[in-house]
Every structure is written in structure tokens, then in C-alpha cells.
Write a protein that binds this ligand. Structure first.
Ligand SMILES: Cc1ncc(COP(=O)(O)O)c(C=O)c1O
Length: 414
């Protein structure tokens, strides 16, 4: 049977609902109104054939760019073999993927899941169970220390400890057992830890908050506090990890190894959702058959793509690109301070750029940027997040920086 194929753009909405994608699309996003029809590398093409440089890269889910040939080939090969088995049976990609990812992380064991939020939820469950079974925390009393302004996903448990009113208002009642302390303040973590504490859960660099880099020494201090109190350091590297900061993991910037890595986004190569909790056998080994699971977690297609992603990261090429091109990007951004930009933060090929509120919102700058053929996204009013794919070429990166400077000038920057 031949499927009916719509021409690119046919049927794409034009009415007032177009801003969110159409009247049948739930209104939980406010996208930049660009309707993408195809993509390759760092570039996307809209339904009218206009090309845009993608400087958001799916919030780091597209670290290897769109449709990286090695990842597409690994996907194709697996599509021709087997795609889904459920975990009721074994398949020949599962142990291979878990072994490859554990090796990349210097850990023993992998719990494969699908989305980032699921990895975080799973990390919370594992930490609690480890606290009861191994540390001996009294039943139902486990607490986890988390940071203000964090972003770990959208489940009710996770938004319950979010400090962002937009993320949490209207969704209670929430799961107890979390203590929120200011990000970057190790003394506040120390003060929040007691005999019920099982873990500290933080992003090594806060992405959604605006690419907030903690003070030097913070991650090492968190490691030391966790060691001294015998609790787990759980690092959410879902956005910061897998090459983005110029290292495989952002924790490496301080030479720190957490007890648990939470991974997602780029682990799926921009092709399928793949996430994982990665840790030592002593931690993940608290799970027994039936205590946790996922129909799709660790499916053959996801594992095949994930193995190819690990293969790319093991070359070190992408981490090196993020370091080298990150220097180029940050030098250009620093030069914009005083010319429409008030502050720039970040690491590697990742930046939070605070726009002078006198010029307009981050959204206004992103809309100007899109008009100039570059895609980025605002966060928290006046910040723009830049996270180009690590495969971006230097001339394209320079082009994006030129477009940003020009967009700021469009809005009146000196
Ligand atoms: C640090 C961090 N953790 C978790 C998540 C949630 O991932 P997902 O949207 O795949 O559920 C995100 C998403 O932006 C993230 O940045």
C-alpha cells in the first residue's frame, strides 16, 4: 500500500492558533513561529524553503546535529532488525548499550529509561531505596536536598520541588521529602543534611535557569559533603552532559565524579528519546524485579542509537569542538557586553546571554534572530540560551554571532 504523502507545508496552520502549531495542539508552548520541514547538521529548512541555523539544538538533544550520518546509519540498521521487545524478553543490544555507557561514565551499571524527567524520577526512587536498604534511613523518612531555580523535568514530583511558580502553580498536592537550598551555596547544603538525607540532586550547571555556572569549588564541596555524610551525589547531566561543556560531563570541570549520573537528551542522538541512570552496582543493585520499569526503556532501537552516541563521544572529537568553538563563541559574546548585552555565562558551546532589558525581552531578540535566519530561545524574560550543535562549523558560528549583534542593533543597541 502506498501511503498518502503530504507536500511539505501542506496543511500547516495559518490561523491565530498557528503561533502554537494549530488548534489541535495543546497550548503548553509558545514557540518561535518557524515551521520546520527538514534538517541536516546545524541547519533546518522551513516549509517555505527558508534555511535557519539552529543555535538551540533541541536544548542539547541535538549535540551531534540533525541526522548525523553515523547515527542515522545505526538507526537504519536496527530498523531492519528489531525495534521493540519490551523488557519481558532480552534483546541483543541491551547489555551492549549498558556496558558501553557504563564504560563512558566510569560506572558499573545502567538503568535505561526514555525521557529526562523519567531518568530524574528513577534517580529519586533509586536514591530513596538505597537510603532505606543500604544507609538504614528510617522507613518513609528519606529526604533529598535540591537547588532553587533547578529544572529537572515536568512530573508532579519534580515540579513539586521547583521554585518556578509557572512550573508548579496549579499542580499540587506534591510529593514530600525535598529540601530546597540556594544553588551554588555549599554551606546551605551542609545545613540541610541530617540523618534522613539520602542524596543531593543538582545540575552541575543550571540550564533552564539561564546557564548558571556555580562558583568554582562548589561541585568539589558537594562531593566532599556527600562523602562525609555518606549520601549520594546525584548529578543531573541531562542538558550539561555528553560533550556540551567541552567535556563528556560538566562535573569534570572540577574533576568531580558523582555517585549517580542522570543522562538524557543527546543520548538519543536527536532521533529517539533515550535516558539513563548510571551508577555503581551497589546503588542500582537495590532495584529488584518488579520494583521499577518502563515498556520502552532500553528498547532495541534506543540501545542501538545510544551505542552509536557513545561511540561518537569516545572519539573525544565533539568535546574538543565544544571547547574550541566555545572559546570563539564566548569571545564574541563578551565583546557584545555593553552593546545590548549585560552579562554572559556558560561553558563550552553553551551560553546564557542576558539582554539589556531597556532594548526588549529575550523573546524580542530571538524573533529578530529568526528573521535573520538564526534560531535560539529565550528563558526567564531577558535571557537567551545559545547551544549550537557541536558539529557547527566555525564560519556558521561567526555568522550566528554576527546575526545576534545585528539583532541587538535592530533593537537599538549601540
Ligand atoms: C537538567 C534537565 N533535567 C531534566 C530535564 C527533563 O528532560 P525531558 O524534557 O526529556 O523530560 C531537562 C529538560 O530540559 C533538563 O534540562
Amino acid at each position: 500500500m502506498t501511503a498518502h504523502v503530504e507536500l511539505p507545508g501542506a496543511g500547516h496552520p495559518t490561523g491565530p492558533e498557528a503561533a502554537r502549531g494549530g488548534e489541535h495542539v495543546a497550548p503548553n508552548y509558545h514557540p518561535i513561529p518557524v515551521v520546520i520541514a527538514k534538517a541536516e547538521g546545524a541547519w533546518v529548512t522551513d516549509v517555505d524553503g527558508r534555511r535557519y541555523l539552529d543555535c538551540l539544538a533541541g536544548y542539547s538533544a541535538l549535540n551531534f546535529g540533525h541526522r548525523h550520518p553515523v547515527l542515522v546509519e545505526a538507526t537504519r540498521r536496527q530498523l531492519d532488525r528489531v525495534t521493540l521487545t519490551s523488557r519481558a524478553f532480552l534483546h541483543d543490544q541491551l547489555e551492549a548499550f549498558c556496558a558501553d555507557l557504563a564504560r563512558l561514565c566510569g560506572m558499573d551499571m545502567v538503568l535505561p529509561m526514555n525521557t529526562g524527567a523519567e531518568a530524574v524520577e528513577s534517580g529519586i526512587k533509586v536514591s530513596r531505596k538505597w537510603g532505606y536498604d543500604v544507609k538504614g534511613v528510617p522507613a518513609e523518612r528519606a529526604s533529598i536536598v535540591v537547588a532553587a531555580d533547578s529544572f529537572h523535568g515536568r512530573t508532579t514530583t519534580i515540579v513539586g520541588f521547583s521554585t518556578d511558580p509557572v512550573a508548579r502553580t496549579g499542580f499540587g498536592p506534591f510529593t514530600p521529602g525535598f529540601r530546597v537550598v540556594p544553588f551554588g551555596d555549599a554551606a546551605a547544603i551542609e545545613a540541610a543534611v541530617d540523618e534522613t538525607t539520602v542524596a543531593v540532586l543538582i545540575e552541575p550547571i543550571q540550564g533552564e535557569a539561564g546557564v548558571i555556572v556555580p562558583p568554582t569549588g562548589y561541585l568539589a564541596a558537594v562531593r566532599e559533603i556527600c562523602d562525609r555524610h555518606g549520601i549520594l551525589f546525584v548529578a543531573d547531566e541531562i542538558q550539561s552532559g555528553l560533550g556540551r561543556t567541552g567535556r563528556t560531563f560538566a562535573c569534570e570541570r572540577e574533576g568531580v565524579v558523582p555517585d549517580v549520573y542522570l543522562l538524557g537528551k543527546a543520548l538519543g542522538g536527536g532521533i529517539v528519546p533515550v535516558s539513563a541512570v548510571v551508577s555503581r552496582a551497589e546503588v542500582l543493585g537495590v532495584l529488584t524485579a518488579g520494583t521499577h520499569g518502563s515498556t520502552f526503556g532500553g528498547n532495541p532501537l534506543a540501545c542501538a542509537v545510544g551505542r552509536a552516541v557513545v561511540g561518537l563521544l569516545e572519539t573525544g572529537e565533539y568535546q574538543a569542538r565544544a571547547r574550541e568553538l566555545g572559546e570563539v563563541m564566548h569571545a564574541r559574546l563578551r565583546a557584545m557586553v555593553g552593546h545590548g548585552v549585560v552579562a554572559v555565562r556558560g561553558a563550552g558551546l553553551w551560553a546564557g546571554v542576558d539582554v539589556d532589558p531597556g532594548l526588549g525581552t529575550g523573546r524580542a531578540v530571538c524573533e529578530r534572530l529568526a528573521a535573520r535566519g538564526v534560531l535560539a530561545k529565550d528563558t526567564h524574560g531577558s535571557t537567551i540560551r545559545l547551544a549550537p550543535p557541536l558539529v557547527i562549523g566555525e564560519p556558521d558560528l561567526e555568522h550566528a554571532m554576527d546575526a545576534l549583534a545585528a539583532s541587538l542593533r535592530d533593537l537599538g543597541a549601540a
